[in-house]
Design a protein around this ligand. Structure first.
Ligand SMILES: [Zn+2]
Length: 338
């Protein structure tokens, strides 16, 4: 039983590979964060090692061990794995981690039929690590399967991508996420609807947010800050740009998260101004959005959206974060004027 939801194309292909005994030596699962890449990778590892007639059964010894991360032949490699002695989080998957994989893949399976190496965030491999992996992919050992997970496979060397069977995972429709939330979690209807919209089709995020209130609390803080900035003067805006730029050097993803929330918010403003209230993401903030929308011109809202998109792109291209974020802040219409 495949656990991943809504990825029928990828599942059908993998199922067919398994039935024909034509499993690839390496798969590349591509899709946005929390869309189901890890769930599908673990399912495939289960299917390859399952002891029952219809793999992955989910309940045999092998399937259970893999689900709980205790199977000796299934390894997950990522930023948080691999004997990181100084407690600093890794910024990239290093050559030391891939060398260990290379060595381990040369040994026969310990308890299962296949050795499976799941590389989470494969695009975060250092150049040396990617080159080392390439050598391993070029000379695959029998029974070894690599599963690379990436949100952006454009950042992976083409030589690595070409060695893998590429499968794309797509965001789910809002209605499907809502149905799963209602089935698996007992949430109020409004909360399920809100999470289904906020996750942009990435079910894993919605499930995490249903279990962990801190995700919605963080969102509330970011919205408060956004409203403060929209009301505030230039000094406050520049302070926020400086703060975000400093944050960017520590954690790029946390700043990308702020920009994603800003983009949602200003897109919602645009939709509200166009009378498309039913399509907004922040459905619990409709009153605030309508109020704010009254004070902004449509062209101004569009210009902020373009500014946020440009800032996100420039940050990915390693532009000076402080400059990028200051320009973004300058582009926000002044509330006193509107
Ligand atoms: Zn099984």
């Amino acid at each position: 039983m495949w656990q991943v939801i809504g990825q029928s194309r990828a599942v059908t292909l993998l199922q067919r590979n398994l039935e024909r005994g034509s499993t690839a030596h390496a798969y590349l699962l591509v899709g946005p964060p929390h869309v189901g890449k890890m769930t599908l990778a673990l399912n495939l590892a289960q299917a390859l090692n399952c002891q029952e007639a219809e793999p992955p059964c989910g309940s045999c010894d092998a399937c259970q061990k893999i689900a709980s991360g205790k199977h000796a032949d299934v390894q997950v490699i990522g930023l948080n794995s691999g004997g990181n002695s100084n407690d600093k989080p890794r910024a990239e998957i290093g050559i030391d981690q891939v060398r260990e994989v290379q060595h381990s893949s040369s040994l026969p399976p310990f308890e299962g039929r296949h050795k499976v190496f799941i590389i989470d965030g494969a695009e975060l491999m250092s150049t040396e690590a990617a080159n080392c992996l390439l050598k391993t992919l070029e000379e695959p050992a029998a029974g070894v399967v690599f599963i690379l997970l990436a949100a952006n496979d454009g950042m992976l060397p083409a030589t690595v991508v070409s060695r893998c069977q590429r499968l794309e995972l797509h965001p789910l429709p809002i209605s499907q996420v809502e149905a799963v939330l209602n089935e698996r979690r007992s949430l109020e209807r409004q909360k399920a609807e809100l999470l289904a919209r906020l996750c942009h089709g990435c079910l894993g995020w919605a499930l995490s947010a249903a279990d962990d209130d801190s995700l919605l609390q963080r969102r509330a803080q970011l919205i408060d800050r956004l409203l403060d900035i929209a009301d505030g003067g230039y000094e406050q805006r520049f302070d926020y740009a400086t703060q975000l730029a400093a944050q960017f050097s520590q954690s790029r993803s946390s700043v990308q998260e702020v920009l994603a929330l800003w983009l949602d918010w200003w897109r919602d403003l645009l939709l509200v101004k166009l009378g498309r209230h039913d399509t907004i993401t922040n459905i619990d903030q409709e009153t605030t959005l309508v109020d704010m929308g009254r004070g902004c011109k449509l062209a101004e809202v569009k210009s902020v959206i373009n500014g946020i998109q440009a800032a996100g792109q420039q940050l990915k291209q390693n532009a000076n974060p402080r400059l990028v974020l200051e320009v973004l802040m300058l582009g926000i219409p002044e509330r006193s004027r509107v």
